[in-house]
Design a protein around this ligand. Structure first.
Ligand SMILES: Cc1ncc(COP(=O)(O)O)c(C=O)c1O
Length: 359
């Protein structure tokens, strides 16, 4: 960069958005690269935005999202003082890191995991401590605990983990919470928790009641299908939530997003059916790929992870040629989101071809 700037910025990797659907002749192409919900918006949600938000766009939104905050607080049995909204859960995670960590501090998290973590931590001037996942894609809890020292300001648990789709068990999270001092915060990023069908899974809200140092991040982007409106929230101890609000992007959450979130909570049952259908699609794909001979971590989110190692680029080409945009981590593997039924069928076909080619 030719201008005066913070040296740390040079070390920040640029966030790579999931690729758009590639053109493929004679085929409808699909984007299964961003763990989005393939269902379009619910008519009731669109209607609510039209009725309650569009006519107000000359005004700033309610900065604290009072109505939504009260609704979420009641839902989780916490106080409004425990709720913080953000422009996607990416923003609430950013608020938390900005509140806690700066130069000389560390944030410990599993790796691979959500690609925004290293960016958020580096932008705060703090240092990431990335703890490699176990071969099955799960968090290596003992290694994470060993990585914590007096410089650590935050530990992140990503459950289910993006991109491996592994679930973190109750025993694992209790182990973490019991080992840590009560003034070291743990963030449970549960962007995909609605898809987690693991019988041993942990749910951070259970921990929130038992420990004073738990912060939970949820989003409306995935199960609720509002990725384009950017709205997420954190549930945190009141003093932490207070600090997060101080560093929040002022007016970051639009009235349209707040209205859509409220309307989505009203349509919970309809949305639950969609989540259930996506889980069934995921399990159908897993079963088909299993029969083809593929071995990969059992997925518990709306995506799965093919650990292809050095064969990643070649496999990525096959998906691309079939009109499927997947998330490719060169030299490591490919993350595939559960999409439209036709997209899922095509994934199964491409995987069958790859197997025939000796993958
Ligand atoms: C693990 C994880 N956390 C958080 C997010 C952030 O989602 P959003 O900012 O849309 O709420 C994502 C998005 O992909 C994610 O994968």
């Amino acid at each position: 960069m030719s201008f005066k700037h913070r040296a740390i910025i040079d070390s920040i990797p640029s966030y790579k958005q999931g690729k758009p659907a590639p053109a493929a002749s004679g085929l409808v192409s699909y984007k299964i690269s961003s763990n989005e919900n393939p269902y379009g918006p619910l008519p009731s949600v669109v209607e609510a935005i039209e009725d309650k938000a569009l006519g107000q766009i000359n005004r700033y939104p309610d900065m604290h999202g009072t109505a939504l905050v009260e609704r979420l607080a009641a839902r989780y049995g916490v106080g409004a003082e425990n709720l913080v909204l953000g422009c996607g859960s990416t923003e609430v995670i950013t608020q938390l890191v900005n509140l806690l960590a700066g130069p000389g501090d560390t944030v410990v998290y599993p790796w691979r995991s959500f690609e925004a973590y290293p960016i958020i931590v580096a932008a705060a001037g703090a240092q990431s401590v990335q703890v490699p996942n176990r071969p099955d894609g799960g968090h290596d809890v003992e290694a994470m605990l060993a990585a914590i020292d007096e410089r650590t300001r935050l530990v992140i648990v990503n459950n289910p983990n993006n991109p491996t789709s592994a679930s973190v068990s109750q025993a694992e999270v209790r182990r973490i919470m019991e080992a840590l001092p009560s003034d070291l915060l743990v963030l449970f990023d549960e962007a995909y928790f609605q898809f987690n069908t693991d019988s041993t899974r942990s749910q951070a809200m259970e921990l929130f009641r038992d420990y004073p140092n738990v912060v939970v991040a949820h989003t409306f982007s995935k199960a609720y299908g509002l990725a384009g409106l950017r709205i997420g929230y954190a549930i945190a101890p009141a003093d932490v939530a207070d600090g997060m609000r101080k560093v929040a992007l002022p007016f970051g959450v639009t009235a349209a997003a707040q209205t859509a979130a409220m309307a989505s909570l009203d349509a919970q049952e309809e949305l639950d059916l969609r989540v259930q259908a996506l889980i069934e699609e995921r399990d159908r794909m897993v079963e088909s790929l299993g029969r083809q001979g593929w071995r990969f971590p059992k997925p518990f989110a709306n995506f799965f992870w093919l650990p292809l190692g050095e064969h990643t680029a070649q496999a990525a080409q096959a998906f691309q040629a079939a009109g499927l945009a997947t998330r490719v981590f060169n030299g490591e593997g490919i993350r595939i989101s559960v999409g439209e039924r036709e997209a899922n069928d095509r994934v199964i076909q491409v995987c069958a071809q790859l197997k025939k080619q000796g993958f």
